[in-house]
Structure formats: structure tokens, C-alpha cells
Design a protein around this ligand. Structure first.
Ligand code: M6R
Length: 611
């Protein structure tokens, strides 16, 4: 988590750093800060609790700086307040540092530094690192670069850091291990950030720092060096071809609302160019297709919403291609005794492409010789670079912390992948494949869901005071229920649980009373009758029932449900997407009615880049 942006060049760095921080605010938004070196070679540091806008108002424009580092924080060690905000300084106030990641052995290092009479101002692990650099610099007869290297060699954990030193007013050092950092290069200008989004509008020449690499920028040149030894490494400059996404809410009050509505376009965009002559084309997988199609076992690994998409993917792949699929939380996969080898395919799903647990899972799979596939939204992200091959979800920048359009695009990619596998392995007939690839037409019916937004708003108003919700669905719609519950929890702070509908009577039914709403995802499919029985079980315990179905003019549901949303009839698979959109809107309107900040809910960050 946390966002870093840094600049060295001839321009005034404040606007560059502030607009960069704004782009990175999705990584954390509990405090922000900037440190620059002024023309008298002094550090000028401004920090504020809260959003980047607070920092912006606090900055003085009386001076121009050409060298600066900035940070937006998601607290790990120490409360979210001004004191704990980055940049942090060493005791001599010459060295300033911004840090993403966690220094795991900060405690013994802090004790050592305290024994050397170093005083700490914050509760952070980051201050420990900058004080250690300062300790080596001020006491160890080391130059700036040597002292950074000496400190980094003594820390355990993850770091992406950028450091300034007033004794070296032309120099900026960046280093990474576990936490991504990107260097952008332009004539006599250098940009560093935790992802490319703050950089792409200035330059297309990028170096993705690898683990244990340092970028040492000095005057008008730079070197890539090793953190472990004083040696230079090759400069792997890549030309990137990404456009900066529209970063504007348009007519919407919140990005989340905009992003929910964007699904009318993002879903077709994920499909476009990937169905040709009644066949699926996934270019990003073509080099490895002979391995993929003969997979004996597939693991899908991801976190949060992406994990829910993985559960839906399992259903698709097992159903169409007859390959057993295990879906594991990346945070568990990385430590579990996973049975993976060179015959295993590991699919990692991530919107941001920077989730630390998902990256660790990919690294583990790569080390075991498995073929890793990334399903990811951000081109150039760590997931896209560390997997062997992959498919982009192509749904555009997702700003709202609650994932919406990325989820439905992930479902679409997994659907296409399952059908392609089935086609190659001949586990699907030509007619059936053709029928399934008509998906695009069904998806076009999404527009009509939004015609019911007013009805969903009314339902939101009615239930916004509930303390708990149950979300219930079967088969494909069980992960849809999990995702609906997660959306509600994240942005409305109402406790919600997703369950397979039939499991409800094995425990959660004890919670049911007149104040507890249950949301049923109940299409008219082979489980319909069973779901009706589950609804009746809740009804007879006075529970409130909200139903999302595709069964039009359904007298039974009308009778049983307190509130009913009917989406257009399509195929079974598109229904999962339609229902998800309804659940996104329901969560959104409940949170909005409670006057909450929908895009930046408390305690969360868009990209969880710490373990
Ligand atoms: O970027 P990723 O897809 O890897 O993120 C995984 C989760 O952190 C993410 O889906 C999280 O659960 C969202 N806030 C869900 O809305």
C-alpha cells in the first residue's frame, strides 16, 4: 500500500508531485507529505493527516523546488496522523525518506539506535530505516550511497524507498525489495513512482526496478546498482505505450457509481477482438497454449473480489473443459503445501496487479515450475510482468476502492478462457460453443438493469438501517453472493455474509429475525425450486427477503419476496454478471444514503501491496 512519487529535473516539482499523489491516492489516503531540497540545500517538509487535498492546501508556493519526494500513506505501524506521515527524517535532519512496505525487524534495530542516543519522533518502522541510514552516514564514514546500502542490507521485510540527502542536493536514491518502483527517464528529468500512472504523461521511457536494485540519480545521469554489492547493473529501459486514463468523475458523484455504469462498455471491451469465426482468441496465451490446453490441474489464486471471480472461473473451467480447479486465497497459497509442479497451471487474478499476496503466490508457483497466467487490469503491473503469460481485462482505470467493473471483466475473461480450453480439448460441441459465444448479445442487455436503479435506490433506503445482511445463492451465484456481501461491508460498514443458499440452515438461520434482510440470487434454473424452499424457511422466521431473479411475472416470488428485482432473461452465465451489477448498485445506494465516502471507505486501500 502507500504511494510514492519523486521528481528530479528543472521543473517545479510541487505540481508534478501533487498530481502524482492524486493518481496514487487509491493506494492509501490517511495522510500525505512532501519533502523538497531548496536552493539553500535545506529540506522543506510538509505533511498532513487526511487526503492529498489537505496537503495541497498546506503547501506554500513561495519557493520553487527541482528535487522532491512525496508519499500518500495507508497506515501499518503507527496511527494515521501527521507525525507518522512520510517523509521521515533522520536525527541530523539531512536525510529524508519515503517508504512503501514493512520493515519486519524494526524493533531490534530501533533498540540498537536508541542505545546510540537516537531519538524517534514517530511510531513508524519507516523512521527506523531512515535513522539507520543516518546513523551509518553520520557515524560510519560512509558516503550517501554506501550508507543506504549498509542500512538496506540489515533490514528484513519489504521496501520501495526514495531518499534525499541535503549534502547531496543533486542526488536521489531509490531502492526496492518486494514493493514496486518505476523509474521514468526524460532528457535531464527523472521520475520515480510506485506505479507508472504518475509518470506516463511525462515520459514513455521506463525502468521497472527489480528486487534488490537501486537507482542512483546524480546530476543529469543515473546508474542502476545492486543493493547487495557496489556494482552497476544493466539499464533495461522499456518503451511503454499506455495512455493516461480519464481521471474524471464526469456527471457522477463517485467514481464507484461511474465505474458501475461503465460496465455497459467495459464488458464488451473485454470481449472485443477475442471472438473470431466462432472461436476464442486469447493472444496473450498463444505462446504457451500447448502447455495450457494439456493441463492436468489448475490453481486459481487471488484476493478479495478477484478471488470471488476465481470461484466463478472454477465453475466455468470444470464445467466446460473438465479440468479440476482449486481456488485458493493468495495469502494462504503462498504458505500452504500446494501440490504444484510443471504440469500445473496457476492463474493469478488481480485488478491492480500489485497485490503483495498474489505476487508472492505467483513467485511460489514460478519456483515450483508451474506455468503462471495473469488475469490483470493494469498493463505493466508486477502481476503482468511476473507471470509467464496472461490476459488483460481491459476495463480501464478503476479508482473506487470497491472493485466493480474489474470483477465483471474478470468473469468475462475466465469465461472465454474456459470456452477456449473446452474447444481445444474437445469437451464442447461446435453448436454449444457457438451458443456460448453469443454471450456478447446477452451482455448488451446490461443497459436495462440501470433502468431499475430507482427501484434499487428505494430498496437501499428501506434497509439502510439493518445491522446485518445475509446473501444467498447457489452454484455460480454463491460467489456472486460472497461478492455482494463484500461490497456492502466495504462501503456501508454493515456486516454481511455470503453463503451457499442451502448451507444457510446449517447455522446462519439462527440469525434470522424481522430485522435481518436476506438477499437471494435466484435465477430460474435447475436450483430454482430448492431456492424457493430456502426462501420459505427464512420467510417463516419473519426474515425480510430481497430477491434478484430473471423470472418475469413469477407469482411465487412476488408472493414471497418483500422486494424483487427482475433482470432480463439471458443465459445462465450472464445472469451472474447482471446480478452482480444489481448488488453493486444496492451496496452503493445504501452507503450513499448513509452519507459515507463511497470511493475511499475507512481503513481500506485500493491496492494491498503489503502482506
Ligand atoms: O487488485 P487486486 O484485484 O489484486 O485486489 C484484491 C483485493 O484487495 C480487492 O479485490 C479488494 O477486495 C477490493 N477492495 C474489493 O472491492
Amino acid at each position: 500500500m502507500c504511494g510514492i512519487v519523486a521528481y528530479k529535473g528543472h521543473k517545479n516539482c510541487h505540481p508534478i508531485l501533487l498530481s502524482g499523489l492524486k493518481r496514487l491516492e487509491y493506494r492509501g489516503y490517511d495522510s500525505a507529505g512532501i519533502a523538497c531540497i531548496n536552493s539553500n540545500d535545506k529540506l522543506v517538509v510538509t505533511k498532513r493527516k487526511g487526503k492529498v487535498s489537505e496537503l495541497k492546501s498546506a503547501l506554500s508556493n513561495s519557493e520553487i523546488y527541482n528535487l522532491g519526494i512525496a508519499h500518500t500513506r495507508w497506515a501499518t505501524h503507527g496511527k494515521p496522523n501527521q507525525l507518522n506521515a512520510h517523509p521521515h527524517l533522520d536525527q541530523s535532519k539531512k536525510i529524508a525518506l519515503v517508504h512503501n512496505g514493512i520493515i519486519e525487524n524494526y524493533d531490534p534495530i530501533k533498540k540498537f539506535l536508541l542505545s546510540k542516543k537516537i531519538k524517534f519522533k514517530s511510531e513508524t518502522d519507516t523512521e527506523v530505516l531512515v535513522q539507520l541510514i543516518g546513523y551509518f552516514y553520520n557515524n560510519g564514514k560512509m558516503n550517501f550511497e554506501q550508507s543506504v546500502r549498509a542500512a538496506l542490507q540489515r533490514v528484513d521485510g519489504a521496501f520501495g524507498i526514495v531518499i534525499l540527502n541535503t549534502d547531496y542536493p543533486d542526488m536521489m536514491i531509490a531502492a526496492r525489495k518486494g514493493s514496486p518502483l518505476v523509474l521514468g527517464i526524460k532528457e535531464n528529468e527523472f521520475f520515480i513512482a510506485s506505479d507508472i500512472s504518475p509518470i506516463v504523461k511525462y515520459t514513455k521511457d521506463i525502468i521497472y526496478l527489480k528486487d534488490s536494485e537501486m537507482a542512483v540519480i546524480n546530476k543529469k545521469s543515473f546508474k542502476i546498482k545492486s543493493v547487495d554489492k557496489d556494482i552497476s547493473l544493466p539499464k533495461n529501459i522499456e518503451k511503454i505505450d499506455f495512455k493516461i486514463d480519464d481521471y474524471d468523475k464526469g456527471k457522477y458523484k463517485y467514481f464507484m457509481h461511474k465505474e458501475i455504469h461503465e460496465q455497459i462498455n467495459t464488458i464488451p471491451n473485454t470481449i472485443n477482438g477475442r471472438i473470431k469465426n466462432e472461436s476464442v482468441l486469447l493472444q496473450g496465451l498463444s505462446d504457451y497454449w500447448n502447455i495450457i490446453e494439456s493441463a492436468e490441474k489448475i490453481y486459481i489464486t487471488a484476493c478479495g473480489t478477484s478471488w470471488h471471480a476465481g470461484l466463478i472461473g472454477k465453475n466455468f473451467i470444470e464445467r466446460f473443459a473438465n479440468i479440476p480447479v482449486h481456488v485458493e486465497y493468495a495469502s494462504e497459497f503462498r504458505y500452504n503445501h500446494a501440490l504444484i509442479d510443471s504440469k500445473t497451471i496457476v492463474i493469478a487474478i488481480s485488478q491492480s496487479g500489485e497485490t503483495a499476496d498474489t505476487l508472492a503466490a505467483i513467485r511460489k508457483a514460478n519456483n515450483h515450475g508451474a506455468l503462471t497466467i495473469g488475469i490483470c487490469n493494469i498493463a505493466g503491473s508486477s502481476v503482468s510482468r511476473e507471470t509467464k503469460c496472461g490476459v488483460y481485462t481491459r476495463c480501464g482505470h478503476e479508482v473506487g476502492v470497491a472493485s466493480t467493473k474489474a470483477f465483471t471483466s474478470q468473469i468475462v475473461v475466465l469465461y472465454l478462457l474456459a470456452l477456449k480450453l473446452a474447444e481445444s480439448r474437445k469437451t464442447i460441441s461446435k453448436e454449444s460453443l457457438k451458443r456460448h459465444l453469443d454471450y456478447k448479445k446477452s451482455v448488451n442487455k446490461i443497459k436495462s438493469i440501470f433502468k431499475q436503479e430507482n427501484d434499487i435506490k428505494k430498496i437501499a433506503k428501506k434497509y439502510k438501517k439493518a445491522n446485518d445482511f445475509l446473501y444467498l445463492g447457489r452454484g455460480l451465484n454463491f460467489p456472486v453472493a460472497l461478492e455482494g456481501a463484500l461490497k456492502l461491508k466495504e462501503i456501508s460498514y454493515i456486516h454481511a455474509e455470503g453463503y451457499p443458499a442451502a448451507e444457510m440452515k446449517h447455522g446462519p438461520i439462527a440469525l434470522i429475525d424481522k430485522d435481518m434482510p436476506s438477499v437471494f440470487i435466484a435465477p430460474k434454473d435447475k436450483t430454482y425450486e430448492k431456492i424457493i424452499s430456502n426462501i420459505q424457511e427464512i420467510k417463516s422466521r419473519k426474515g425480510k427477503i430481497i430477491v434478484i431473479t430473471d423470472s418475469k411475472n413469477d407469482k411465487v416470488l412476488k408472493e414471497l419476496a418483500n422486494d424483487l428485482i427482475v433482470v432480463p432473461k439471458t443465459n445462465h452465465y450472464a445472469f451472474a454478471i447482471f446480478a452482480s451489477i444489481v448488488l453493486q448498485l444496492l451496496a452503493y445506494h445504501i452507503a450513499l444514503d448513509k452519507n459515507l465516502n463511497v470511493d475511499q471507505p475507512r481503513n481500506l486501500a485500493k491496492s494491498v501491496s503489503v502482506e
